[in-house]
Design a protein around this ligand. Structure first.
Ligand code: UDP
Length: 404
């Protein structure tokens, strides 16, 4: 397991020493994190890196996942979409099944921790089913700028019991929520298999193993097959790019166990891409493999992130860290990471001609790609590495725990 001191070759020693000092306020304290999957998506990615470092700093940090039936995850996926603005038919059955999962879970999981951190809406109602004797934090990773009002009102009832809400972007603050709200953007871990340096031999080995040819420039979007990531839009953009440049498109999206819509969206894309898949112009990958993601991000000439909604967009952070030019939509947390024309290109998500134009420009001008990528890596180095996130968490815990 990685230790904080392993990061001393990437960030200043003073930053590492600062975290160890902040953590001394919490020696021996037990912190439990709840989410709904150990694998797939940004939350699992962050917890996997953050918790060992918290433990290294002297805390006891745990991670538990809520069990849920397929119906439960179907409902919570609808909640996820509706929090990001989609319509929802919020029936009594949906409300009941949603709450029941937390109630059942609480019977089998006792808490005697000093602080509880609940990630995203799936385990949000847990707070109803425990006698509160410690601070509870709701950490929402979703784009909360335009939730459906009926769902927001329903969820607010649970959120009011929390001591603190944490969001990824200033724009997600809710004026009608009388609970302290704090912005902490996510971060990536530069030492994980997904982000560590990879030799060219390893890169080629992984791409060969998963059938990705490298004879032509690659465009890639690495994202769950989710309508809000707009894979169909990426395919349309690719068809426009092909009119000017010979290249291939990779859509890589592993299936998260709490995202039952993934298969449906994947099958739609498979149908739409048809012949392009047979000709290997379009390559669809659904394997869960961090080194493959790393290799794809390093090999692609352009990384695309055409999200219609995006909480933060860790895939953008990962690509920028690898100094890749990213062409992305101006959605959610992406503009925190990309300054248009400086550290990548930002476009309106619907502007598919614009996407194609910027991609072709990068394909035709390697220097431009290198310049954008280098600026992007610097932004990540300064703002979005796991050590900064850990330091922010120490400040958060200090605030929340001293109040109780
Ligand atoms: N991811 C992955 N394999 C895939 C697709 C995505 O490991 O095939 C990872 C990706 O590298 C990133 C996370 O899942 O670390 C997605 O986080 P992001 O914030 O981009 O989106 P989310 O899925 O949380 O909406």
């Amino acid at each position: 397991m990685r230790k904080l001191s392993d990061y001393s070759r990437i960030v200043d020693d003073s930053e590492i020493a600062g975290i160890y000092r902040k953590a001394s306020n919490f020696y021996g304290r037990h912190i439990v994190n709840f989410n709904s999957t150990f694998q797939g998506g940004g939350v699992a990615e962050i917890l996997y890196s953050l918790l060992p470092l918290m433990n290294d700093a002297g805390l006891y940090a745990e991670w538990r996942t809520l069990y849920g039936s397929p119906d439960f995850f179907m409902i919570t996926k609808k909640f996820h979409n509706a929090l990001q603005g989609d319509r929802i038919n919020l029936t009594e059955v949906k409300r009941r099944l949603y709450i029941q999962a937390s109630e059942t879970f609480s019977v089998f999981n006792h808490l005697n921790h000093d602080c509880v951190i609940v990630h995203d809406p799936q385990p949000l109602p847990l707070v109803f089913f425990y006698r509160k004797k410690q601070p509870w934090i709701w950490r929402c990773h979703i784009d909360l700028s335009s939730p459906r009002p009926e769902l927001w009102e329903f969820l607010k009832k649970f959120i009011l019991r929390y001591d603190q809400v944490v969001i990824s972007h200033e724009q997600y603050r809710k004026a009608d929520l009388p609970v302290p709200q704090r912005v902490i953007p996510p971060a990536i871990d530069p030492l994980t298999p997904k982000n560590m340096d990879l030799g060219e031999d390893d890169v080629q080995k992984y791409l060969r193993k998963y059938g990705v040819p490298t004879d032509k420039p690659l465009l890639a979007q690495i994202s769950r097959f989710d309508r809000h990531k707009d894979p169909e839009g990426v395919l349309r953009v690719f068809n426009k790019v092909r009119e000017c440049a010979d290249c291939r498109l990779v859509l890589c999206g592993s299936m998260a166990s709490d995202d039952p819509e993934g298969i449906k969206v994947y099958e739609q894309i498979e149908r739409k891409a048809g012949r392009l898949i047979e000709d290997k112009k379009v390559i669809l990958l659904t394997v869960e493999n961090n080194i493959l993601v790393n290799a794809l991000q390093r090999t692609a000439s352009v990384i695309i992130q055409k999200s219609l909604k995006e909480g933060f967009g860790l895939t953008v952070t990962e690509a920028l860290w690898k100094a890749k030019p990213v062409v992305a939509s101006n959605a959610g947390g992406i503009p925190l990471q990309i300054q248009d024309g400086v550290s990548g290109f930002l476009l309106d998500a619907k502007d598919e001609d614009g996407f194609a134009d910027r991609i072709v420009r990068i394909l035709e001008n390697k220097d431009l790609g290198r310049r954008l990528g280098a600026a992007g890596r610097e932004i990540v180095r300064k703002n979005y590495l796991i050590t900064r996130l850990l330091s922010d968490y120490m400040d958060l815990l200090a605030d929340v725990m001293k109040k109780v």
